[in-house]
Design a protein around this ligand. Structure first.
Ligand SMILES: NC(=O)c1ccc[n+]([C@@H]2O[C@H](COP(=O)([O-])OP(=O)(O)OC[C@H]3O[C@@H](n4cnc5c(N)ncnc54)[C@H](OP(=O)(O)O)[C@@H]3O)[C@@H](O)[C@H]2O)c1
Length: 268
């Protein structure tokens, strides 16, 4: 199965590397188009596949085309690729904020389009991607897309495109929200006397351990929170301040604000 990736930047190269690492696509069947010469030179050491600066008739032989350029350059970029794209090819977009209908319009009515929302950790194969495929995409094609996306972590299909905006808030901007928590946790830990290095280790392990506990057990987050909160104890003292200051509600509101903004920014 021949696969093309248009845009060999952070995300495009991460997915391409995943396809090769997981043996989903062979080096001879993968083409990465990257316009930036320096980046292409770097990719040569990372990816054992065909690297090109511009498309030619080889693109017409690919089965799947991954769109991994920035959304703002997409309308200009796609013109060069259009002569080599045909109706049978499956277009998989990871571009933020570009709806299926918008991509279809730019691709002269192409129907086989999958819209994906990956997140930062795709770059270290620990990402989570949510994807939506309209009816024009067959079940087998959806399975194939899932296999490709899983090369950068995990992926989940949704049957309502609006959930891509929700995923933008929850799992894509979500990385930023988690870093925001880390930032403040670090401040507290350092003010309490830990070095930055020690604070980072303690906080990272607290988070990864809590995630593992939550994922591997049968308890809800609320049940686990109650489990570690004893009456009159230290956790209760901390939670009391969080509740008084409305931290929980702020988190919910912040995530909803990101969802609303995703809708506003989306190219419909
Ligand atoms: N980064 C994330 O965490 C994240 C999360 C979710 C979704 N996304 C989406 O993923 C996509 C890629 O993001 P990114 O962070 O990987 O961006 P990026 O690092 O800027 O990668 C895009 C690459 O495409 C290249 N390019 C531009 N025009 C081209 C053309 N005509 N042909 C081939 N390549 C071309 C760019 O080169 P130049 O730099 O020279 O222009 C750049 O190297 C975006 O649409 C973004 O919305 C990213």
């Amino acid at each position: 199965m021949k696969v093309a990736v248009i845009g060999g930047g952070n995300m495009g190269s991460a997915f391409a590397a995943g396809f090769l690492r997981e043996n989903i696509v062979s080096p001879a069947d993968l083409i990465v188009y990257e316009v930036n010469e320096d980046r292409r030179a770097n990719l040569k050491t990372l990816l054992n596949c065909e690297l090109r600066s511009a498309p030619g008739k080889e693109l017409s032989d690919t089965v799947i085309i991954i769109l991994a350029v920035k959304p703002q350059v997409f309308p200009d970029v796609i013109g060069d690729y259009m002569p080599f794209i045909n109706a049978d090819q499956l277009i998989v977009s990871i571009m933020a904020g570009c709806s299926v209908s918008y991509i279809s319009e730019k691709l002269n009515g192409h129907t086989k389009i999958v819209r994906c929302m990956p997140n930062l950790a795709a770059q270290i194969s620990e990402g989570v991607t949510v994807f939506f495929a309209p009816d024009a995409v067959s079940t087998d094609e959806k399975k194939l897309v899932k296999k490709l996306l899983d090369a950068a972590g995990e992926s989940y299909a949704v049957n309502n495109e609006d959930l891509i905006d929700a995923a933008t808030a929850v799992s894509s901007s979500g990385s930023g929200f988690v870093f925001y928590l880390f930032e403040h946790w670090m401040k507290a830990a350092c003010e309490l006397g830990f070095s930055e290095e020690m604070a980072q280790r303690l906080i990272a392990k607290t988070f990864s351990g809590a995630v593992k506990f939550w994922q591997e057990g049968d308890y809800t987050a609320e049940a686990l929170r109650k489990m570690v909160t004893s009456k009159g104890g230290t956790t209760e003292a901390g939670l009391k301040v969080f509740n008084q200051r409305g931290l929980g509600e702020s988190l919910v509101e912040g995530i909803k604000a990101a969802y609303k903004r995703a809708g506003e920014l989306s190219q419909k």
